[in-house]
Each structure stands twice: as structure tokens, then as C-alpha cells.
Ligand binder design. Structure first.
Ligand SMILES: Nc1ncnc2c1ncn2[C@@H]1O[C@H](COP(=O)(O)OP(=O)(O)O)[C@@H](O)[C@H]1O
Ligand SMILES: [Mg+2]
Length: 278
């Protein structure tokens, strides 16, 4: 059994009510207030799960800091690997929330610019989550020759900049598998060698976009939502990604009331981040 399968099996056992594995850290959670936050008059963050903005001192935000530390470690071993992608088996598992919280945490604590790219051209949501209304973005860079620096939006959160999805296009998968995308990512890497570039993507089982992108980026972060995709589907998705560099799994949105009503569980080994919160 691969290590990812092993961690997924552990997740299944947790769901079935098994005791927490040895080494688990329990972190008390605070309820997240659904308030509106304004950042430098530019962003309006209303989603309460963007805790790195709305409640940056909270235990949940602390978990993203741990994820950030793990990512820093994994991407700095043996040369800087700066292009990352966040994906999952199916829609609604928390890819965009994870990608955005991770990018914000990195931008707040890492001394270099972090570029968050909305590469879910089918259901872009990062601009919506941050309350910005961009005119152009990734597709315009790829299909209309717009210079990337003209499409970037500074957020005012540390050195976080966003590349929105851009104008709607007919066939995203063609774009993702094209040389243009590969060339574009290579250009980004060369142009911004010291910054992280994090791509938010569509789900793996529904579309081929994420797999194509996974072949070009340095590392893949795979989100699994509690009660989301069936284990077999998760395994199928990971199987599709087997020729990409899956760095680890973020286990998202897990109900832990059977253990303790307001506790979350977090543990990881060298390759896997495994987070539970609700
Ligand atoms: N840990 C969480 N707890 C509760 N709700 C969450 C959590 N993570 C994400 N969500 C919610 O789930 C929905 C889908 O999240 P999103 O990140 O947009 O999914 P995806 O990008 O995978 O389609 C959003 O409404 C988001 O607020
Ligand atoms: Mg999304």
C-alpha cells in the first residue's frame, strides 16, 4: 500500500470512530465569525473559511501555518521547487480555500512574493473569495499575448499577488495540454525564480486540466474532503496523478464531534499533511 493510500485508510478509520493515532495534536477550535473584512480597500473577504485573513490568530489558521512550514521544507529540499498546484478528486472539496489560505500564509510569513493563479477556468473562485473583479487574467495571457505583469493584482496581504482566471474560453483542457501553458509556466519560473506560484485547479476526475498542469508544476497538494468523494474515487484520482509529484494530502472539513465537539486533529509524517477541522 502506498503511503498516500495508508493515510487515506487512516482517515477512513477515523471516520469510523477509531481512536486518534499516536502523536496526534489536539487543537481547540474557535467558531469563526462570518464578518466582512476589508484589506487596503481592495479586498472584501466574506468567506469565514479564509481564516488566514478573517481570524489569523485562530487555531485553524495555525494549521495552515503548519502546512506552510511543511511546504517550505518539502520545496526547499534539493533545489527550490516553486510551482505548486492544489487539486482534489471532485468539486467542492476545498481546493480554492486551501490554495488561498496557503498562499496567504506563505505571503504573510515568507519574505518573497507569492503568486496565486486561478487555473480553474471552469469554475474560477479566487477573485470572488477575495472580493475583486478583475478584467483580465491567465487566459488572456495565454491566448491574447497579454503580459503577465499587466494581469497581476496586488492584494496588500504581504507580497501576495493574484493572477485571475481571465476571460472565459471554450476548451480549457486544450489550453492546459498545449505547449503554450508549459512555456508560460517555464517563463513564470524564470521570471520569478524566488517566488512561490500556486495554481488552483479543477477536480481531477471530472476534467483532464489538473493532470496536464500536474505534469508541468513541481508539486501537487491533494485535498480530500470528509464525506466527499468515495475512497475508490480518491484512489482513482491519485492514480491519474501518479506521474506527477504529489507532495501530500490535506484532509479538509472533518466532523470530529465523536471525539470532542470542538477539537481538531493534526498530524503528518515527512510527506503528508493531514488536517481535520470543521
Ligand atoms: N474546512 C472547511 N470547513 C467548512 N467549509 C469549508 C471548508 N473548506 C471549504 N469549505 C467550503 O466549501 C465550499 C467549497 O470550497 P472550495 O474551496 O471553493 O472548493 P473547491 O475549490 O474544491 O471546489 C465553499 O463554500 C467553502 O467555503
Ligand atoms: Mg475551486
Amino acid at each position: 500500500m502506498s503511503r498516500i493510500e495508508d493515510i487515506l485508510e487512516k482517515a477512513t478509520r477515523l471516520r469510523n470512530g477509531d481512536a486518534l493515532p499516536e502523536g496526534a495534536i489536539n487543537i481547540p477550535l474557535q467558531p469563526v465569525a462570518p464578518e466582512v473584512f476589508k484589506i487596503e480597500q481592495k479586498l472584501i473577504v466574506e468567506n469565514p473559511y479564509l481564516v488566514t485573513v478573517t481570524d489569523s490568530g485562530s487555531p485553524i489558521a495555525e494549521e495552515y501555518k503548519k502546512l506552510k512550514s511543511l511546504i517550505l521544507k518539502l520545496t526547499n529540499a534539493g533545489g527550490f521547487k516553486n510551482t505548486l498546484m492544489v487539486t482534489s478528486t471532485m468539486g467542492g472539496e476545498g481546493k480554492s480555500i486551501t490554495a488561498t489560505n496557503l498562499a496567504i500564509t506563505l505571503a504573510q510569513e515568507y519574505d518573497h512574493t507569492v503568486l496565486l493563479v486561478d487555473a480553474d477556468l471552469r469554475k474560477p473562485s479566487i477573485s470572488g473569495y477575495l472580493g475583486i473583479q478583475p478584467q483580465i487574467g491567465l487566459t488572456d495571457c495565454l491566448t491574447k499575448g497579454v503580459d503577465v505583469s499587466d494581469a497581476l493584482i496586488k492584494t496588500g496581504i504581504g507580497k501576495l499577488v493574484i493572477l485571475p482566471a481571465g476571460s472565459r474560453i471554450e476548451n480549457p483542457v486544450e489550453l492546459f495540454s498545449s505547449n503554450r501553458m508549459q512555456t508560460f509556466i517555464n517563463e513564470l519560473k524564470q521570471r520569478y525564480p524566488d517566488r512561490y506560484v500556486i495554481f488552483d485547479t479543477p477536480p481531477v476526475l471530472s476534467f483532464a486540466d489538473a493532470h496536464s498542469l500536474g505534469l508541468v508544476v513541481d508539486g501537487v497538494i491533494f485535498v480530500v474532503k470528509e464525506g466527499g468523494a468515495a475512497l475508490n474515487n480518491v484512489k482513482d484520482a491519485l492514480n491519474i496523478l501518479k506521474d506527477t509529484n504529489v507532495l501530500g494530502v490535506v484532509f479538509n472539513n472533518v466532523e470530529l464531534s465523536r471525539f470532542d465537539s470542538h477539537y481538531s486533529y493534526y498530524t503528518y509524517n515527512t510527506n503528508y499533511y493531514y488536517s481535520v477541522r470543521k
